[in-house]
Ligand binder design. Sequence first.
Ligand code: LUZ
Ligand code: MOS
Length: 750
Amino acid sequence: MKNIDSFGHVRGESLFVDDIITRHDTLFGLVFDSPKAHGKIIHVDYTKAENVAGVIKIFTCKDILGENQIGSIIPDEPLWSEKEVHFIGQPIAFIVAESVDIAKKAKTLITIEIEELPVITTAKEAKEKRSFINAPRTFKMGNTVTSFSNCDYVVEGETFSNGQEHLYIETQGCYAVPMENGNIKITSSTQGPTAVQKTAAKVLGVSMHKIEVDVIRLGGGFGGKEDQATPWAVMAAVAVQHLKKPVKLILDRHDDLRMTGKRHPYDSTFKIGLNSNLKIQAFEVEFLQNSGAATDLSPSIAERTLFHATNSYFVPNVTATIYCCKTNLPPNTAFRGFGGPQGMFVMEAAIAKAADEIGVDKIKIQEANLLTENDTFHYGQIATQVEAQKCWLSAKEKFELQKIEKEVENFNRTTSNFKKGLSLMPVTFGISFTNTAMNHARALIHIYQDGSVGVSTGAVEMGQSVNTKMLQVASKTLGIHPSKVKLETTNTTRVANTSASAASSTADLNGKAVLKACTSLIKRLSKVASSNLSVAEKSITFKEDTVFVDGKKSALAWEEIVNQAMLARVSLSENAHYATPVIHFDKTKEKGHPFAYHVYGTAITTVTVDCLRGTYEFDSVKIVHDFGKSMNIGIDLGQVEGALAQGIGWMTMEEISYNKKGQLESNALSTYKIPDIFSVPKNVEVIPLETKGNEMAILKSKAVGEPPLMYGIGAYFAIQNAVKAFNKNYQPKFHAPFTPEKVLFGLYEK
Ligand code: LUZ
Ligand code: MOS
């Protein structure tokens, strides 16, 4: 089945926040933000700006009737700065005017005096100055110290992975409208409708029921709208509370790039110990996460880094520590993979360095240490239904790895100005919010009396096609044609207390709730059909828009049974709640069973490096991926391809740059390069792993949003191998992204 948004998207008919037809009295907002990365606000003069014709009001912290606080995990982030600023782009005030142009003009007339304080931009610097968000955390299994002394090889090193801009096509935005009795309706481009509702209520000083949040769909989220869609919606809501007029705020691209946080850069150090049989005995790693100026989701992201510190490998002795380092950058935030990719990059670097020092192929070490059934993860979970080796071995076999290796060897022997590099990248990714309490969702289903169906869930559609999957679950469970099912907007008045659409878990959590609600409805309708047809209830099933008895089609159509239920005064609506069973985690011991299941896969990447220019092209990425029993292979393949391109972008070309003053230098698409159609691999092949699927996944179709991003890490090591093939003296830097400039330096370093 096609994504149900396909037609609307290509015809330009799909609605995003900025497409909503606005009320005639709508006002427009613009954020006034800090020009300095750290300092005390001495004075701000708004008078000239306020006098511009068409400026209605400039809001500051003084206008907040509730709390000036938007921090979700730790309350350390004001909506509008009061006395200090902590990053360039930090909101200080909110100009509301009759048009965006008027607001822009007013903004240029605001003058601000700031007494500057020292600026920290890197995690290393923050650690030296002991500038942290919270206490460090350590996950531990076995004893690395004693284990290292028994190892045949012990290798140490350090790595850096840079941040990443989300670059959703639709920038952050919202439209807030006053309703009656002081209620406010906010249409927001958020992954977390409840986060917006809760924070708006807190800042406005009203109850949550006063705030309705509606989400139609997002033009991309990637984690950038899990927490960071909230401030804009709340600003507009504060203005509505005072002005009693609708207020729209859409960030332009420059404002969005400057003011929002990104994927966290990480500085890491590792120590890995192996035996002569290439088995990894011990792994120690210290991650310095550049968290930015406020907590945001950083501690949760740090937690996922620790969970994925050993990627797809079994390591009996592990000590993994992370520091959330407070710097003067915009608060860094969720980004597809949520700290997992940063952790896995270090593990892959450690194995690559060990391979170099031992003098074996990295692939040999990887293969010798892949997870197997009943291995214990360092966080206590026992690995079951493990597909790590199966993915790896079938990738090797189906894509004829030996042949690829020969081709690369031959090419490199016979060509001098170009070199090829090859890498294998296994991925193991845990599915569930690492915070157990967040793993729940609800669905509200109405069967209308004509037999058509409306489905509301807590899932936010952001291009990942979750609505299509929800529709498939409903249509399959009710046994009716997909055209009879409509997905409603995501709205806090219909489905409350939602977790953000995140953690690759949205289809599982909300899908299970849809399944439960539809199953209850079918039970009710079966009862009606059983008395109508005078047959036993359990002989009844629903298929092909018809009631079936003992597997045979009856004359009773879906519409007819719905109508009869209506006449019999049977409820045609159902609300169901799903909470993932089994999972738990004890933070005092850092042990438990946090994930419903894991997703596995292996990617084989080959690249050709132009050794005169330092540029490169990816010949192919060949993947065996564990989809479980995919419920929609077209959509799932799309997720793999998109995630792969995004992962390759992070590892090779997307280079975020802040100067020493905390100013974003890569502040436009002319200085920040993301993969385009010319830079994605020429050939991407994905073979679904043959497997039974997992009961905890919706219809046994495994979560697919984030795991394939980490195949992109293979791109880094493929390039590294090509550079090594050209320059035997090259010392790997493990410093991502591996841009053409860095490749060129590598090719010619002595
Ligand atoms: N968001 C979150 C996530 O709040 N918790 C998670 O564990 C998570 N994992 C991946 C992506 N977003
Ligand atoms: Mo996320 S990184 O919003 O799943």
